[in-house]
Write a protein that binds this ligand. Structure first.
Ligand code: GDP
Ligand code: PGA
Ligand code: MN
Length: 602
């Protein structure tokens, strides 16, 4: 018999109750559990996961109250091929998204959902993206059959009883359905990571719904994150005149004590989490973190853009994270209360991944569960292995993190992973030129999505996989934001590239904490006291204007990293033209910027 919502649901929200009943009737779980987000609930769920051998409790001294998961080897990243924007019309999804008609997708997925939660509990997970006391709080409810998802949502969002209470009887919320697609017959044992070869991550932007099936991986299953806070929210933002962007938010304080807010958009696994928690190598400068992945930006009464981080935790790439690269991320996870997925396990019951330490442990259990030694040919941790950790534990969290009004943004950075062509830093001439920089942003693909790694693709504003509607309309929205604001109140736009390589294939710029030198140059530009050279690709640091005091970097390498090379840019032109042809309906203001680039290069 299928479970029913019953008389004791902790809400009188009629729309929510009816929807929970309807989804339960379709998916047929054995039980329904309303989640309150309490510590007692976390303990109950994590105990239950450990007792069944699905999670491993880490050594309490090393990582208190923390848990380790190994996924199915096929379910390790976002599945962009199986991600759909199901707008009413195909044009609504535009040239960059997979599209299916909403009714057809709902038919297909209803067949998959039919009975998909048999033998499992359906968890009702109420949450709020951004502070619950915001003027217009953005609620969601995720129905899921995965306890891993419930405990991850507790870290990543403001989840549970407070969110449900604030929803009252009738506040609107985004309806999110998630199933791993692995029902259990009577007496059938569960597997460590249930999932299904058939996967769909579907978004219905007009009705603000998300339907996900077949995967337990973060970006596919924690529906408050990329699915809601980027894809659905970008559609909301388009309608309501704000921006939902794939950006970190940081607060930088100069030695003179002046504060600046910087937002930066880089594709997945291209350095957002690292820059967000940067430990400056230049004396007198400090960084505080507001967010590492998503920024919602709205105009304040003073006409400036204010950024809020809708999330409540970090879902960070583990490999490459260590005390030498991102000490603040290490301090955040060492406080415990975290989840680790697909990293390696030490004999001591702690976690390890490539480049966490400058030595390799003698023996580990790798992410496949196999014994591993430094002689092994394979990596111990999956390249997209992740830590999930509460943002409140970040030692440099900004005092404004919970400020529902957000913080006024001074500069926006776009970036990517480009071995050539794109200089370390360049400033746009104005908003539309900056929008052009964002629109033509390109990057080598990474392990954060399934498919080939290292292929250069255009990734507008690092939003290619996350724009919830037509990309041409999205670019027009950026142009409109510029037109509707006073130019001097808008953030200044820059482009950065930490990943330019030498002929020998080595990174030219040391990156990580040294990126503070680039941030310094950027805010000195805002103050009008850093010298630059105008190039067709924007204003780049004049010789001597980037602070390299105390940096041991060969001047020739520095010149390579920062240079503008007209020949390389001439090769870039046809790629940009090809991209604009693919988009098909690029705003005139952005096409005009391409014409300017061509003229300037001629
Ligand atoms: P996110 O997914 O955009 O948040 O990216 P992360 O900050 O997690 O970084 C992804 C990968 O890029 C990690 O392996 C980092 O070690 C590496 N990375 C981040 N910042 C830099 C940098 O400034 N230089 C270099 N060379 N690598 C970086
Ligand atoms: P990120 O994305 O790499 O931008 O942190 C997380 C994800 O792929 O879901
Ligand atoms: Mn990240």
């Amino acid at each position: 018999m299928t479970a029913t919502v019953g008389q004791n649901a902790p809400t009188t929200h009629a729309d929510l109750l009816a929807w929970v009943e309807e989804v339960a009737a379709l998916t047929k779980p054995d039980a329904i559990r309303w989640c309150d987000g309490s510590d007692a609930e976390w303990k109950e769920f994590t105990d239950h996961l450990v007792d069944r051998g699905i999670a491993t409790r880490l050594n309490e001294e090393a990582k208190p109250n923390s848990f380790y998961f190994r996924s199915d080897p096929s379910d390790v990243a976002r599945v962009e091929d199986q991600t759909f924007i199901c707008s009413e019309t195909e044009a609504g999804a535009g040239p960059t998204n997979n599209w299916a008609a909403p009714a057809e997708m709902k038919q297909t997925m209803s067949e998959l959902y039919d009975g998909c939660m048999k033998g499992r509990t359906m968890f009702v997970v109420p949450f709020c993206m951004g502070p619950i006391d915001a003027d217009d709080p953005k609620f969601g409810v995720e129905l899921t059959d995965s306890e891993y998802v419930v405990i991850s949502m507790k870290i990543m969002t403001r989840m549970g009883a407070d969110a449900l209470k604030a929803m009252g009887d009738d506040k609107p919320f985004v309806k999110c359905i998630h199933s791993v697609g692995y029902p259990l017959a009577d007496g059938q044992d569960d597997v460590a990571w249930p999932c299904n070869d058939t996967k769909y991550i579907s978004h219905f932007p007009e009705t603000r719904e998300i339907w996900s099936y077949g995967s337990g991986y973060g970006g596919n299953a924690l529906l408050g994150k990329k699915c809601y806070a980027l894809r659905i929210a970008s559609a909301m933002a388009h309608d309501e005149g704000w921006l939902a962007e794939h950006m970190l938010i940081l607060e930088l304080t100069s030695p003179e004590g002046k504060k600046y807010v910087v937002c930066a958009a880089f594709p997945s696994a291209c350095g957002k989490t690292n820059l967000a928690m940067l430990e400056p190598t230049i004396p007198g400068w400090t960084v505080k973190t507001l967010g590492d992945d998503i920024a919602w930006m709205r105009f304040g009464e003073d006409g400036r853009l204010y950024a809020v981080n809708p999330e409540n935790g970090f879902f960070g790439v583990a490999p490459g994270t260590g005390y030498h690269t991102n000490p603040n991320a290490m301090r955040t996870i060492e406080a415990g209360n975290s989840i680790f997925t697909n990293v390696a396990l030490t004999p001591y019951g702690d976690v390890w991944w490539e480049e966490m330490t400058d030595f390799e442990p003698d023996s580990l259990t790798d992410w496949h569960g196999k014994p591993w030694t430094p002689e092994a040919e394979v990596k111990a941790a999956h390249p997209n292995s992740r830590f999930t950790t509460p943002i409140s534990q970040c030692p440099i969290l900004s005092d404004d993190f919970n400020n529902p009004k957000g913080v006024p943004v001074d500069a926006i950075l776009f970036g990517g992973r480009r071995a050539s062509t794109v200089p370390l830093v360049a400033q746009s001439r104005d908003w539309n030129h900056g929008t052009f920089m964002g629109a033509t942003c390109s990057s080598e693909t990474t392990a954060a999505a399934t498919g080939a790694v290292g292929v250069v693709r255009r990734d507008p504003m690092a939003m290619l996989p996350f724009i919830g509607y037509n990309a041409n309309d999205y670019l027009q929205h950026w142009v409109n934001i510029g037109e509707n604001a006073e130019a001097d109140k808008l953030p200044k736009i820059f482009f950065v590239n930490w990943f330019r390589k030498s002929q020998e294939g080595k990174f030219l710029w040391p990156g990580f904490g040294e990126n503070s030198r680039v941030l310094e140059w950027i805010v000195r530009r805002l103050e009008g006291d850093a010298e630059a050279i105008d190039t067709p690709a924007g204003a780049i640091p004049a010789e001597g204007s980037l602070n390299v005091e105390g940096l041991s970097l060969d001047p020739a390498k520095l010149a390579e990293a920062t240079k503008f090379d007209a020949e390389e840019w001439k090769k870039e032109l046809p790629l940009i033209e090809e991209w604009f042809e693919k988009l098909g309906n690029v705003p005139d203001a952005i096409k005009a910027e391409l014409d300017k680039l061509k003229q300037n290069l001629a």
